[in-house]
Design a protein around this ligand. Structure first.
Ligand code: GLA
Length: 738
């Protein structure tokens, strides 16, 4: 799996079907040589031909006079010594110098994977992965950098992070430390990113690479709606099912940057890590700094192959939550049903109306605490509003029990309203720059989680409610981003640590809460999917994918999100029509079909539904329960992209290949359209499958190569959900139902 060849001074990291090669050159510098299809161990030094390049300074101690870091592929490039690309690492000495020269001093290969203290991380035992620790050192600075690489045996994944340790007696300033750096000796790739906005998250975008630097980043204090911590580098001919692609993501929820730099010789350097923007970390004598973990995936099975590696990591190696693989409750959430306008009687009527519909958990959203009747007050005052709920939460919880449901609750613990007792008591607890009025967003300020007393308050505010009441589900929201950075808890020379310290504080609170309340399913949310990243998914196995519950918009949002995250991480609910975000009218069936296969639920008031719609809920919840194992353990395939046209199609296949569901959606109706044919994926080639809805039985390899035709659909926003079951009988003569 991970081998060091002494003679070649090379490291070979073999994953399921690829090999990653690094080499220590004579002067101790570490070069990256290869990441591609699996190869035998071989000295790859021959690939470097040392042309004499003008304006590319050469290394003073290399035997080869044309040896320039400007033209070679460094594994973890620091600033200086002729490398003009963006460094992966920048540190400032007390004398102001930022030059650093990292040389190899040794390494260690161990089975399994060490935990990363204080940061969410992947987990693997000795049968699942091996880890390489590569020790680098700058003698002048007395600085040690350890690069960690974990290779996962059954996947095509390498995860990486770095630990920087100041062994000198002086304070050093860390200005930048990428989690990973990747070099390619060509840039024959297209870049895929997931951009968006609130209610329009993770729109897939594919663009050619160009010379210079392209950067995918957040400066908002959260991963954000705008660009997900993700980039894929796909060959121009790579499609959903075939072709080579490299995917990068981070297990981090704060300011990040993934950059792609194409240089004068068309080489590509990719880096991912904490955004160096407004970042500086004082590294005192003996201090260490650990970067977040980066995930690097390589697939030759197209974009679906890449996604399935990310999805498998989530399932097998990410969240310690007992819910990751366990059935999820079907929830009904009060937000779109009543917003802030509720009292105990109204909620009880809503709860009673869920009896017999197959819904498992009622979630009380915003508005249950302080005197919060709208979004202008009370964040921070996590005390039940007894005007609205005279029996505390107990009245509602008892009603849930009577009607055979569990109870869940909404919190937004990281925030404070200026109109709150908390703010009046501790005005200094919010993030703000000295002498300046902090900007509000949704009438609220952000608590300064870099401070221990604020973390303690927050953990206790949530814990006391979770201790007092029988709560099985928490929706953890964050409804603004951070600006006007400043902390009263940090000295002037540490103010640029605030963004990262905020995230470390958040992780500490989440570690505490999820350990103390393991029976609670936490769902992440930030105005929908504004903090949807592997960092939050470590603590909270699912995220509210978007505040946009419109089924048509959800096609793109869920399709785009699936590049990185599996359906088991995405919450998708059926809501009322006209849709509250778009005003669109879609068939009830379409809303169900688009949400089925994801963490399912409702965002409406059953009292306002027709008897037919209420009956439809019963059918939908029963279908969800039947198909839930596909979501939890199965594979997800994107078949036809809504970003490219009027149709969308995705497929889920059970882990043993015996059951599959296929969603086909056509957005706008056209008169006299061509007949769409869908080729499936992931089936057992030699097995027979029966498609229930078409009364058709065909071998897997026929369904994957020839496909099946979509019957006539009527009207805009039409969908069909097809169910394929492995068929054990004899093949029959086929005629497809129209
Ligand atoms: C955010 C969430 C919504 C809802 C509201 C409540 O916008 O994304 O689902 O919880 O907050 O204020």
């Amino acid at each position: 799996m991970i081998c060091f060849n002494e003679q070649m001074q090379s490291f070979f990291l073999h994953s399921r079907s690829s090999t990653y090669v690094m080499k220590v050159i004579e002067n101790g510098q570490l070069l990256h040589l290869y990441w591609g299809d699996r190869i035998p161990e071989c000295d790859l030094s021959y690939i470097h031909l040392f042309y004499n390049r003008s304006f590319s300074p050469v290394l003073y101690d290399a035997s080869e006079l044309c040896y320039s870091l400007d033209t070679l592929s460094a594994e973890y490039p620091a600033f200086g010594y002729g490398d003009y690309h963006t460094p992966a690492f920048t540190i400032q000495a007390p004398n102001g110098s930022r030059i650093c020269d990292l040389r190899y001093t040794g390494h260690m290969i161990t089975p399994g994977k060490p935990d990363i203290q204080g940061l969410p991380h992947l987990r693997a035992d000795e049968n699942e992965a091996d880890t390489l620790a590569l020790f680098l050192r700058d003698d002048l600075l007395d600085l040690e950098v350890t690069l960690f690489y974990t290779v996962f045996k059954d996947l095509d994944v390498i995860s990486r992070y770095a630990v920087i340790k100041n062994r000198s007696s002086q304070e050093l300033s860390l200005l930048q430390a990428a989690s990973c750096c990747l070099e390619f000796d060509h840039s024959d790739f297209q870049l895929i990113d997931l951009h968006g906005s609130q209610c329009r998250e993770r729109q897939a975008e594919r663009t050619p690479l160009h010379h210079g630097i392209h950067s995918i980043e957040s400066r908002r204090g959260a991963s954000g709606h705008q660009l997900s911590p993700f980039a894929a580098f796909a060959r121009p001919d790579t499609g959903e099912q075939h072709g080579e692609v490299y995917g990068i993501s981070l297990i981090y929820s704060g300011n990040f940057r993934i950059s792609a730099e194409v240089d004068q010789f068309d080489r590509l350097r990719v880096q991912a890590g904490i955004n160096p923007f407004n970042f500086r970390w004082a590294l005192g004598s003996g201090d260490s700094f650990t970067t977040p973990e980066a995930i690097m995936v390589r697939s030759t099975a197209g974009l679906n192959g890449m996604s399935q590696n990310f999805h498998a990591l989530y399932r097998q190696h990410l969240s310690p939550s007992r819910y990751t693989k366990a059935p999820r409750p079907i929830v009904i959430n009060s937000w779109e049903a009543s917003y802030f306008d509720f009292d105990e009687e109204k909620l009880k009527a809503l709860i009673a109306s869920c009896e017999g519909l197959g819904i498992d958990t009622f979630v009380l959203d915003d508005g249950w605490f302080g005197h919060r009747d709208n979004d202008t007050s009370s964040l921070g005052d996590w005390v039940v509003n007894t005007k609205k709920l005279p029996n505390g939460l107990s009245g509602i919880i008892e009603a849930c029990k009577r009607h055979h449901m569990e109870f869940g609750l909404w919190f937004e613990p990281e925030m404070v309203s200026p109109d709150s007792d908390l703010y009046r008591r501790h005005p200094d607890w919010c993030i703000h720059a000295p002498g300046r009025i902090p900007s509000q967003s949704r009438n609220q300020l952000v608590l300064d989680l870099s401070r221990q007393e604020v973390q303690d308050f927050m953990a206790e505010a949530v814990s006391s409610i979770l201790r007092e009441y029988d709560i099985r589900y928490v929706k953890w929201d964050m409804n603004r981003n951070i600006t006007d950075l400043g902390s009263e808890g940090l000295p002037a020379d540490r103010q640029a640590e605030l963004s990262h310290r905020y995230i470390l504080g958040l992780y500490a609170v989440l570690e505490h809460l999820t350990t103390a309340f393991p029976h609670v399913l936490f769902e992440g949310c930030s105005g929908g999917g504004g903090r949807f990243d592997f960092g939050m998914l470590y603590y909270m196995p699912q995220t509210w994918t978007s505040d946009n519950s419109d089924a048509v918009d959800r096609l793109k949002i869920q399709y785009g999100t699936s590049y990185l995250f599996p359906p088991a991480a995405m919450a998708a609910h059926v809501s009322a029509c006209p849709n509250h975000q778009t005003g669109r009218m879609t068939p009830f069936e379409t809303r169900g079909n688009v949400a089925l296969g994801f963490c399912f639920g409702y965002e409406l008031n059953p009292l306002h539904l027709s008897p037919e719609e209420t009956e439809a809920i019963k059918r939908q919840t029963a279908r969800y329960k039947e198909f839930e194992p596909l979501m939890l353990e199965g594979r997800f395939y994107r078949l036809c992209s809504p970003f490219l046209g009027n149709e969308c199609c995705w497929q889920q296949v059970s882990s043993d290949g015996s059951l599959s569901i296929v969603l086909y959606a056509r957005v706008l109706a056209t008169c006299n359209p061509p007949v769409p044919r869908i080729q499936l994926a992931g089936l057992l080639p030699n097995a027979l499958y029966r498609i229930d809805e078409l009364d058709l039985i065909l071998p897997g390899e026929v369904l994957m190569n020839v496909g099946f035709s979509i019957p006539w659909l009527w009207g805009d926003f039409s969908t069909m959900l097809f169910t394929l079951r492995k068929y054990e009988g004899l093949p029959e003569k086929q005629t497809q139902k129209e």
